[in-house]
Design a protein around this ligand. Structure first.
Ligand code: CP3
Length: 342
């Protein structure tokens, strides 16, 4: 029984036939939305995440203003680092800063996944407020980061192009890395279970830095932990795995049993589909396309839809929508998908 009015996304995740392709985009709640930018002047980032009214208002914005077929909870992947007891700040224009990066056994021993529910207590009321605000119009996507991507931030201490310190730590201390990854995994499963208890309809796991690893290191530092999360969550709701830059791992990601796999724009849709086996695929327009010109937005979107072919497909970007994206171009992308017929 499903009482959601527009359930195109959920039916696609169940591999059912649908009258048209569902569309949403990664990082759709925030950043580029003028009404969100106004809220940013009044409240800090974590105030926006923890306040049920604000989180609900922001989550619903792209549904009302852009017409996407799903909402994604307004939060951040780094709340799981906070759940483990790590101090995280998000600085305007600078991104995430962790004052005490995790580098030693003593620090890792102190991290305790059992405090997740207490530290992230706001996840229940905020997610419930979001569900209420959506009033069953579209499904709600919950999310977390992959353990590997979380480790990148927790060890490096900030964003980076190559996360050299985080990778060096893993190569020098693989057993400490394994302990840290396992703790992040446990906390992530607890956080996702809180989101599920509050009613999210599906879950996406962002392995944003998966592509920094070689295939064999991916098997060591990312895949086993994604597998653990999928095993815990997929029996309850469909899981979407998005591993940016890690197209080489698609066949193994499919074996986790996740319902859908996200693709970035570095892979040909038809090739990605083959590598993803019987999983639903999601993606993969280059987010920079949405900066224009508008003619290109339409042309490239239609080319992408044709290239993906019919069925078992969710239209999305190949990574998060960029802050400088004009609202009308985001809408044009959504409308082009909605009007497309094979
Ligand atoms: O649709 C949404 O945006 C929903 C909420 C959401 C945020 N972060 C809010 C946010 C989601 C799904 C994320 C995921 C996230 N956060 C990822 C994975 C997706 C990806 O882009 O690869 C990663 C790697 C992060 C870590 C993070 N958080 C970074 C690197 C930054 C700074 C740069 C930026 O603007 O993304 C953040 C801050 C952050 N998280 C903002 C938002 C809206 C921007 C800060 C602000 O608006 O005040």
């Amino acid at each position: 029984m499903n009482s959601i009015k527009n359930d195109l996304l959920l039916r696609t995740l169940r591999k059912e036939k649908t009258e048209r392709i569902p569309v949403w985009f990664m990082r759709q709640a925030g950043r580029y939305l003028p009404d969100y930018i106004k809220l940013r002047e009044k409240y800090s980032f974590f105030e926006r995440v923890r306040n049920p009214q604000l989180a609900a208002e922001i989550t619903v914005m792209p549904v009302k203003q852009v017409g996407v077929d799903a909402a994604i909870l307004f939060s951040d992947i780094l709340v799981v680092a906070q759940a483990l007891g790590v101090d995280v700040e998000i600085l305007e224009g600078k991104g995430p800063i962790l004052k005490n990066p995790i580098r030693t056994k003593e620090q890792i021993d102190k991290l305790n996944p059992q405090h997740t529910e207490e530290i992230l207590h706001y996840a229940l009321p905020t997610t419930r407020a979001v569900k209420d605000a959506l009033s069953n119009e579209v499904p709600l996507i919950g999310f977390c980061g992959s353990p590997w991507t979380l480790l990148c931030y927790m060890v490096e201490g900030n964003g980076s192009k190559d996360f050299a310190k985080a990778k060096q730590f893993c190569y020098q201390h693989p057993e400490l890395a394994a302990t840290l990854l396992e703790k992040i995994t446990q906390s992530s499963i607890r956080y996702l279970n809180m989101q599920l208890a509050a009613g999210v309809d599906t879950v996406q796991i962002f392995d944003s830095w998966g592509g920094l690893l070689s295939p064999s290191d991916y098997r060591k530092f990312s895949l086993p932990y994604l597998n653990e999360i999928v095993k815990a969550i997929q029996p309850k709701v469909p899981v979407i795995l998005f591993a940016k830059g890690a197209w080489f791992a698609l066949p193994e990601l499919q074996k986790t049993g996740a319902s859908a796999l996200g693709l970035d724009w570095n892979i040909e849709p038809s090739v990605g589909r083959k590598m993803a086996g019987n999983a639903v695929v999601q993606g993969n327009l280059d987010p920079i396309t949405l900066l224009g010109p508008q003619k290109n937005v339409e042309m490239e979107t239609i080319a992408m839809l044709k290239n993906f072919g019919t069925g078992n497909y969710i239209a999305n970007l190949g990574h998060g929508v960029l802050p400088q994206t004009p609202l009308e171009n985001a809408k044009l992308f959504v409308d082009t998908v909605k009007n497309f017929k094979h």
